[in-house]
Design a protein around this ligand. Structure first.
Ligand SMILES: [Zn+2]
Length: 194
């Protein structure tokens, strides 16, 4: 009992899944890719004769064609690598976020937030770091094993910082913000206030 095999257990309970689904609905994030976003991206990639009907669509098409690719054979939608050291990343729609986080987090042995984030961000596109943290805080394996708790949460009492400090730290953590889909912002310009 004391040493339950983490491989045999799900990181997330059905209740966590329901909570996360609600959270996604209530906390929009431009970094997530909905099914309709994905459909629109694939539409621009697969139909070269589709003409943009506005400047907005033109920008959006250019962004999509520059940023995404359909893998030959598998037809997997990939976000193109930005640099020579990166690799193309699998586009994760928002309904798959929890499964991807669970799988990656299990595979790396319930390592902490930073390690899990790095593993996900290296291979997958469309998972906001804030979603990752939301989920890892609720990982039942980590909760049962104090030695596997994220270092960040252990630091909090020492620094006497409020727990939400972690949330405010994300945008400063480097990797997360730079590749917001600008076409998405364009398509939702009423939200950006311009
Ligand atoms: Zn865990």
């Amino acid at each position: 009992m004391a040493r339950a095999s983490s491989i045999d257990l799900n990181a997330f309970t059905p209740s966590t899944r329901a909570t996360f689904q609600q959270y996604v609905l209530e906390s929009p994030n431009n970094r997530r890719v909905s099914q309709s976003d994905k459909g629109a991206i694939i539409g621009w990639l697969t139909n070269p004769r589709k003409r943009p009907s506005s400047q907005k669509e033109f920008s959006r098409r250019n962004y999509v064609q520059k940023s995404f690719i359909l893998e030959e054979g598998s037809q997997l939608l990939l976000a193109r690598a930005k640099t020579a050291v990166d690799k193309d990343r699998i586009v994760v729609t928002e309904d798959m976020i929890i499964d991807v986080v669970e799988s990656v987090h299990n595979n790396i042995g319930h390592a902490g937030w930073d390690a899990t984030w790095k593993a996900i961000n290296t291979s997958y596109y469309g998972v906001p770091r804030s979603d990752l943290i939301f989920l890892l805080r609720r990982c039942q394996i980590c909760a049962r094993n104090p030695s596997k708790r994220p270092k960040s949460s252990l630091r909090i009492p020492l620094n006497a910082q409020p727990i939400d400090q972690e949330v405010h730290d994300f945008p400063n953590s480097g990797e997360m913000q730079y590749d917001f889909p600008s076409w998405y912002a364009l398509a939702n310009h009423h939200n950006t206030g311009d």
